[in-house]
Design a protein around this ligand. Structure first.
Ligand code: FES
Length: 381
C-alpha cells in the first residue's frame, strides 16, 4: 500500500493510493497493480469511454463511472469488483457480443475456465466459420473471464459488406463493436487521419473520407488500426484467408531488419510459420507502431522463390554457387581491380534497408579493407 503523503489520496478496493491531479482512476489502479479490464481504452490517446467495460463504483456517485475517463479525486472511494460493477460488465459484454457476428464459440460452449474452453473448442468441427481473431480477441477474453455464455439479445444483422480489396487488411464490419480504437490509432497515434466515424445509430460505421475502401483513401497501410482492433473487425489478409484452427500461437520478439531504426516487433508463429507481426508496446523506439514493411512485408520468408544460395552469372545465365565460391570470386575480382587501378577505382553503395550496425561495418570495410572513402548510401539518391 502506498503511504498517504499528500492530499491527493484515492481509496481503491480498500487501499489508499496517492495520485497526481489529472490521473484517471484507471491509471492509478494500473500503476498500483489493480486490474480493471478495458476494451476501448488506448494508452496515449484521448479516452472515449465508449465500451463501459472499465466501469467502477464510486461512493456517492449516482451511477457507475468509466474509470478510463474519470479523474481520480481526493478521498474518492472506488470499488472495482463490487456486485453492481460485475453485473454491469456482464451486461456490457452481452451487448457487445450481440452487436455483431462474433462466432468464437464462447456462446456455444459451456466453459468454466479458459483452459476448458480451449480444450473444448479444439474439438469443435465447424472451425471454418470461426472468427479469424479467435484466441486473440479482447471481447472473447472478457466473455470467458466474466463467464458470459449466452446473450439475451438478438444479434444484429451485418449491414455493410466485408471490404477485401487491398493486399493487407480485411475490414469485416459485422464484427466491429465501434470501440473507436482504430480511429484513435490512426488519428492520434500515427496521425494519418485516414478514418473516422460515419453514419448514425445502428448504421454507424468506421469510414474513410467518402466511405471509400482503404485502398482509395489516405490510408498508408501502417496497420496501426489492425493492431489496435480488439476484435476480428480488422484482420490481416493472410489471417483472413488461412484455414481456421485453434492451435497455439507462439510470440517471438525480435528487431525489424528492414532499416536502421530498430523497431521492436513480435513474430506470431504457428506451425513454424509467421502468421502475423505486431509491434512491441511500451518499448522504444517504436512503442508498438510499425510501418507497412515491418508489419506486412514478411511473405518472402516462406516464399518458394526466395534466394537462399548465391548465384554466379556465367555466359549470361545464373548458376547456384556455395558461399565460399561466391566470396572467393568477389575477393579475387576486387583485389585485381585494387592492384591494377588503385582503391579509388572501387566504390561501395550501402543501403537504408540494412541495420545501423551493418552500415557501420560497410563503411569500415570500405575504408579499412579496400582503402577508399568512396562509400555512399542509397538514401542520398
Ligand atoms: Fe473505459 Fe472502454 S475502457 S470505457
Amino acid at each position: 500500500m502506498e503511504k498517504a503523503a499528500s492530499d491527493n489520496i484515492v481509496v481503491i478496493d480498500g487501499h489508499e493510493f496517492t495520485f497526481t491531479p489529472g490521473e484517471t482512476i484507471l491509471q492509478v489502479a494500473q500503476r498500483n497493480g489493480i486490474d480493471i479490464p478495458t476494451l476501448c481504452y488506448l494508452k496515449g490517446a484521448p479516452h472515449t469511454g465508449a465500451c463501459r467495460i472499465c466501469v467502477v463504483e464510486v461512493e456517492g456517485a449516482r451511477a457507475l463511472v468509466a474509470s478510463c475517463a474519470a479523474p481520480a479525486g481526493n478521498k474518492m472511494v472506488v470499488r472495482t469488483e463490487s456486485p453492481a460493477v460485475l453485473k454491469a460488465r456482464r451486461l456490457n459484454i452481452e451487448l457487445l457480443l450481440a452487436s455483431g457476428h462474433h462466432n468464437c464459440l464462447v456462446q456455444e460452449l459451456n466453459m468454466d475456465s479458459w483452459t476448458d474452453f480451449q480444450l473444448k473448442s479444439m474439438e469443435a468441427e465447424e472451425h471454418q466459420d470461426l472468427c479469424p481473431a479467435y484466441g486473440d480477441c479482447r471481447l472473447q477474453d472478457l466473455a470467458v473471464r466474466y463467464q458470459v455464455k449466452t446473450t439475451r439479445f438478438e444479434p444484429s444483422e451485418p449491414r455493410h459488406p466485408i471490404e477485401n480489396v487491398n493486399p493487407f487488411i480485411v475490414r469485416d464490419f459485422s464484427r466491429c463493436v465501434m470501440c473507436g480504437r482504430c480511429v484513435q490509432a490512426c488519428n492520434d497515434v500515427q496521425v494519418n487521419r485516414a478514418i473516422s466515424y460515419g453514419y448514425r445509430g445502428i448504421a454507424s460505421k468506421i469510414v474513410t473520407a467518402g466511405d471509400r475502401p482503404y485502398i482509395q483513401s489516405d490510408c498508408v497501410f501502417c496497420g496501426e488500426c489492425l493492431q489496435a482492433c480488439p476484435v476480428g473487425a480488422l484482420v490481416s489478409k493472410e489471417d483472413f484467408q488461412r484455414e481456421r484452427t485453434t492451435g497455439e500461437v507462439k510470440k517471438v520478439r525480435t528487431t525489424c531488419a528492414y532499416c536502421g531504426v530498430g523497431c521492436q516487433l513480435y513474430l506470431h508463429v504457428k506451425d513454424n510459420k509467421i502468421r502475423k507481426i505486431t509491434g512491441v508496446e511500451d518499448v522504444g523506439p517504436n512503442y508498438g507502431s510499425l510501418c507497412v514493411k515491418g508489419r506486412f512485408g514478411y511473405d518472402f520468408i516462406h516464399h518458394p522463390d526466395r534466394l537462399k544460395k548465391p548465384l554466379i552469372r556465367e555466359n549470361g545465365d545464373f548458376r547456384e554457387a556455395s558461399w565460399d565460391e561466391a566470396l572467393n570470386l568477389i575477393t579475387d575480382k576486387l583485389s585485381r581491380i585494387k592492384d591494377q587501378q588503385g582503391p579509388d577505382a572501387i566504390g561501395v553503395l550501402s543501403s537504408a534497408r540494412i541495420t545501423n550496425e551493418e552500415n557501420y561495418l560497410a563503411q569500415k570495410w570500405t575504408r579499412a579493407v579496400i582503402g577508399t572513402n568512396s562509400i555512399d548510401h542509397c538514401a542520398r539518391l
